[in-house]
Design a protein around this ligand. Sequence first.
Ligand SMILES: Nc1ncnc2c1ncn2[C@@H]1O[C@H](COP(=O)(O)OP(=O)(O)O)[C@@H](O)[C@H]1O
Ligand SMILES: [Mg+2]
Length: 294
Amino acid sequence: MNAIAFTDVSKSYGNVLAVDGLDLAVEAGRTVALLGPNGAGKSTSINMLLGLLRPTHGRIEVLGTSPDEAVARGEVGAMMQSGELIPELTVRELVDFVRRLYPRPLGLDEILQMADLTGLVKRRAGKLSGGQAQRVRFALSIAGAPKLLVLDEPTAAMDVESRLRFWAGMRAYAAGGRTVLFATHYLEEADENSDRVVVVARGRVVADGTAAQIKAGAGGQTVRFTLDGQAAAGLDALPGVTAVEVEEGTATLRTADPDATVAALYRGTSLRVRDLRITGAALEDAFLALTQES
Ligand SMILES: Nc1ncnc2c1ncn2[C@@H]1O[C@H](COP(=O)(O)OP(=O)(O)O)[C@@H](O)[C@H]1O
Ligand SMILES: [Mg+2]
């Protein structure tokens, strides 16, 4: 069953086309990263998913029903890019207050532990640091034990330490067979914390797969070695090679099949190959290549 299904969804703000024919199906139980640069349409898509915005065109289903109905049933938890906390309440009061609004909430201690708030229960919300307040927002988003958890750039304003703890909590929540969709513009976050990365740019899906597949799809791998002044002729004809560059005595071959390229390099040429290195395309390169194409 799909937890989320966008079918040809578009959204315009006046003459700004923020989401442009988005098709996206997310299987229940998965953790999916919506990865894209600022302005890609991530928040607009999430707001439509939560029933806060209506699509200009297309259809959205959440947990087998409409976004409004799924949210009204308390089956969807969300952590948005902004959202005020009641400053006078302590962390414990706030979390407990919100969990009691749901028919089948998580236990208070379970929530506090997952959000790494056990040391802050008596702190008033108004006195929290940015990262701590984000962890409280996370606690509130999981309080009702939602089947679908939606997080819009959840680690904004968090330091490195808070981030690590936050993602550990998110993974613990997801491990209970729940579905998680999170938006990020950090490649490493998508890579490390999701089963599937959906890359969006200009309101469209430009790549979709595991982080490894996305890296492989954008330019493959690189075989590099020292040429020491030998002629580079013929390198572009080696199996798998899609591009050859020679700079300062070093040859760089882009290849879709590094094993075949290297075997042919040794067997099929008379070159003396020194300092051979094979590297995968960085996710960063893949991401830039994907989101900058027009
Ligand atoms: N309320 C709005 N009115 C007009 N334009 C908007 C509004 N919200 C977002 N946009 C525009 O829509 C596009 C997508 O924005 P958004 O969904 O916030 O992207 P992201 O979350 O990926 O950064 C951007 O060009 C943004 O400027
Ligand atoms: Mg956004």
